[in-house]
Write a protein that binds this ligand. Structure first.
Ligand SMILES: [Fe+2]
Ligand SMILES: [Fe+2]
Length: 295
């Protein structure tokens, strides 16, 4: 029986294939300090997000894998592919973060904040970590959708770095249902009302932390650039909320999470992945190495 012919109860497309693309970005040259078109605010926001990935994605993987017992074979295979993708994302963002350090930034404070948040979550029962992962994976997937759907988000950016973000976004879309389906499995015996209450509460909590922490992280990096006070705050808020306004533009997709019958694959946006794969950056990339699947 092939994976595609296995029965499944979630709305994840039956012909979905999660394919780790083992690529490396920007290894050969230094990344400019303000790699995002010379814009310190945009660079700071993306750098603040990148600082969260190595530890954050390891946490996602750990949280999902703790709940894989008893999942159907198809989801088990998707969890493996998700794990492999996230491990490679962590590797590439670690390399990117090193280049940001080489350009003069100290990410220690930002990384410490991520560590503090995750350690606190780990003191709760494992289902809390899975709930946080499921909510953050939706958050990441809608950011990824917006990033690929509107080229203005990376307009003028250093090509290798823009490619890193597009590659990561494509794979985030591809595995967006994995944490959610694992959550559906882990809470299958819960009453619907309890499931909704917990997931809504967790989403509100992680959204608040995400916005506050990434904004504070960007402001810290701008402080290291010598940009402080109202100028720094206005620059970050303008980029994040107004133009190009990523946070504003994901609002409807974010709100859909609270609706009845929500599932990340209610919107099939694989066309964005296909479009990315047809793009010059993907085609010009070195042939993908053979990926050893996670066990
Ligand atoms: Fe990722
Ligand atoms: Fe992810």
């Amino acid at each position: 029986m092939t994976a595609a012919s296995l029965p499944r109860s979630s709305v994840t497309p039956t012909d979905l294939s999660i394919t780790p693309r083992d690529r490396r970005f920007g290894r050969d040259e230094a990344t400019p300090r303000w790699w995002h078109g010379g814009n310190p605010y945009a660079s700071a926001l993306y750098n603040a997000l990148s600082a969260t990935f190595p530890e954050g994605e390891a946490f996602f993987v750990e949280s999902v894998r703790k709940h894989r017992d008893g999942v159907d074979p198809r989801l088990a295979g998707e969890i493996k592919a998700f794990t492999t993708q996230e491990v490679i994302h962590s590797r590439e963002h670690l390399a990117f973060n090193r280049r940001a350090a080489d350009a003069g930034y100290d990410l220690a404070k930002l990384e410490a904040k991520v560590h503090e948040r995750l350690e606190l979550t780990k003191t709760r029962p494992p289902i809390a970590s899975l709930a946080a992962t499921m909510a953050l994976e939706h958050f990441t997937a809608i950011l990824a959708h917006e990033l690929l759907a509107d080229p203005r988000h990376l307009a003028g950016a250093d090509p290798a770095t823009a490619d890193l973000w597009r590659w990561h976004a494509a794979e985030e879309i591809e595995h967006k249902g994995v944490a959610y389906d694992t959550w559906l499995h882990a809470t299958r015996h819960w009453p619907r009302a309890k499931r909704w209450k917990v997931k809504a509460k967790v989403m509100l909590f992680v959204t608040r932390n995400f916005i506050v922490d990434r904004t504070a992280g960007a402001l810290e990096l701008l402080r290291q650039d010598g940009i402080t006070g109202p100028r720094a705050v206005a620059g970050v808020l303008w980029h994040a909320w107004i133009n190009p306004g990523m946070f504003r533009k994901i609002f409807a997709a974010w709100a859909s999470f609270f609706g009845p019958g929500f599932h990340p694959w209610n919107e099939d946006d694989r066309a964005l992945i296909a479009h990315y794969e047809r793009s010059g950056e993907f085609i010009a990339a070195e042939p993908a190495r053979k990926v050893r699947s996670a066990s």
